[in-house]
Design a protein around this ligand. Structure first.
Ligand code: KIV
Length: 268
């Protein structure tokens, strides 16, 4: 499908680091979002399991299923002609045994149309990363705050402070050693992210990890101000779409009520 297309590849991602070209990534969860993000020239789209929070209304990513991810990934892949599409492997779909992890990753690639998968963790997932890469699937790692371990980590907390910095650095090195083409650093101190970025050959993609990463990833809904009640500290807010939507929908409702919509222009 992609052999002759202009789609960004995982290899290109790595050459962007070598050239010092910062990588802007964003999440998307459906066809319409992917089409817009792709038109904006974003090189990589993450179909994040943050889908659970922002689209499905769960309070964590833990209830998200592989079916949820396959459906969302397929919709995004239909909308994105140029961007690299990376799909999150959801909670417990890569932890039990290697054959299960391989089958589940294969679904995201074959049914979902993703070019890569992302999974969370360091040493605990190194064999899984190695096996997926050996099978031809580019893997993005994810260390620092790993939302699927929310219960173990005791909440949405910055990781890698004090003595824990060494552990996060080690996790990133292990993920690279296992063959990942890139790694997300989530919610860690900027200085630690800088050290990891300098230490690794693969690109680091930060969220809540400061300005020294090779790239940044943001959640679509946070970046666009889709939820008036939620805006995490690390979110860049580049629009206030919530108020635009509320104004437009209330204007429409008012016009229906007053008989100003539809007009003859909207009628057959
Ligand atoms: O699911 C997601 O959106 C993510 C990002 C926070 C990196 O994993």
């Amino acid at each position: 499908m992609d052999a002759s297309s202009k789609r960004v590849s995982a290899l290109r991602f790595q050459s962007m680091k070598r050239r010092g070209e910062p990588i802007a990534m964003i999440t998307a969860y459906d066809y319409a979002q992917a089409k817009l993000v792709d038109a904006a020239g974003i090189p990589a789209i993450l179909v994040g399991d943050s889908l659970g929070n922002v689209s499905l209304g769960y309070d964590s990513t833990i209830p998200v299923t592989l079916d949820d991810m396959c459906r969302a990934t397929a919709a995004v892949a239909r909308g994105a002609q140029n961007a690299l599409v990376i799909a999150d492997m959801p909670f417990m779909t890569y932890h039990t045994d290697l054959p299960t992890a391989m089958r589940n990753a294969a679904r995201l690639i074959q049914e979902g149309g993703a070019q890569c998968v992302k999974l969370e963790g360091g040493s605990a997932v190194k064999d899984t990363i190695r096996a997926l890469v050996a099978a031809g699937i580019p893997v993005m790692g994810h260390v620092g705050f790993t939302p699927q371990s929310l219960y173990r980590l005791g909440g949405y907390r910055v990781q890698g402070r004090g003595n824990n910095a060494e552990r996060v650095l080690r996790d990133a090195i292990v993920v690279q050693g296992a063959g990942a083409f890139s790694v997300v650093l989530e919610m860690i101190p900027s200085q630690l992210a800088k050290t990891i970025t300098e230490e690794l050959e693969i690109p680091t993609i930060g969220i809540g990890a400061g300005p020294h990463c090779d790239g940044q990833v943001q959640v679509f809904h946070d970046l666009l101000g889709m939820d008036p009640d939620f805006s995490p500290k690390h979110a860049g807010k580049y629009a206030n779409i919530a108020s635009i939507i509320i104004d437009a929908v209330s204007g429409y409702a008012k016009d229906v009520k007053s008989g100003n919509f539809p007009t003859s222009d909207h009628s057959h």
